[in-house]
Design a protein. Structure first.
Lengths: 161, 161
DNA sequence: ACAATAATATCAGAGTTCTGACAATGAGCA
DNA sequence: TGCTCATTGTCAGAACTCTGATATTATTGT
């Protein structure tokens, strides 16, 4: 680079570094982490949202797509899309719900359970990386901030000043 | 707990609260914040990435789409898509670059500049919300964590210590 | 000067996420 | 009973983001 003395800030400095806007840093952090997760999950074919959905399904079985959407703070449409992709991949199965015509019961298939086991190992390794270099108290601060930053997002119109 | 004592965790507790996985909390925080930003930007018609792109374009003019992708830690394809949408909305203009046949110079239009002014006011209000309730030192911790969490995401294989 | 490499931009395809709109079921009320 | 409303699920459309592939231009090496 010889001409025009690059005014591009180096990575990790300026607005991009620890002096940047929190919202900007938040978006980049989530992007970067999702990228690492999906690179790590490549061999399983899962995406980060699919992994999250399978994990919830395993932890809270017998629940509908709308239930899971509420847990994950997503819209029902979004969760529906994820479920369709998981069903196409034969990782889940959906049956009509007895005593409730519209609801559908969701179940992991054997393939789904096997993939989930492998995926959990991969993702939990990255999870520990996220905490590395931060004390217990600092991690508490970070968790508290993350919950506050994303907490009340789909809560209807609770804009009550 | 008569028939099926709701095992759904309440919002803000369990894996969703301050005891949850950092990766999970990070995804939800970014989702929630983006949601708030776009709700706030509704009147301008901008999305969060479009706002970020316009801001960078304003701060570092005369740069190509690929340059901006590098700054924002996105792939060139992603930034290209955003630029196309901004161009369709007549918020930016692209001219052929002199002395560089392939590059294209990007410029905010008058409409783009006007929208950006309004959008900055709206977004910066939310930005201060993100810091509310956290001391200066806690904010430093959070920033440091966010940078570490998303930092080295697109660095091909540049393991250069 | 020519060939190889790198950078820029784009197309195609997929997955996630939103809004908006709609149909079908279940529950409550006049 | 019939009407209304909330819940559940889906379709359509848009934007963002990635990977992979391709074309064009610049730079570099021999």
């Amino acid at each position: 680079m010889s001409k025009a003395a690059k005014v591009l800030p180096d990575e990790g400095t300026g607005k991009r570094g620890p002096d940047g806007y929190l919202g900007y840093l938040l978006r980049q952090a989530a992007n970067g982490y999702r990228h690492r997760v999906e690179t790590s999950l490549r061999e399983t074919g899962l995406t980060q949202p699919q992994f999250a959905a399978l994990t919830m399904l395993d932890a809270y079985p017998e629940h509908s797509s709308a239930d899971l959407a509420r847990i994950a703070l997503l819209t029902p449409q979004t969760m529906s899309t994820i479920m369709q992709n998981l069903e196409n991949a034969a990782l889940i199965r959906r049956h009509p719900h007895q005593e409730h015509g519209r609801k559908r019961r969701i179940e992991l298939t054997d393939a789904g359970r096997q993939v989930l086991v492998r995926a959990k190992r991969l993702v939990y390794a990255l999870e520990t990386d996220l905490a590395e270099g931060f004390s217990e108290e600092e991690q508490r601060t970070v968790r508290r901030w993350l919950v506050a930053a994303g907490g009340r997002s789909l809560e209807g119109g609770a804009a009550k000043p």
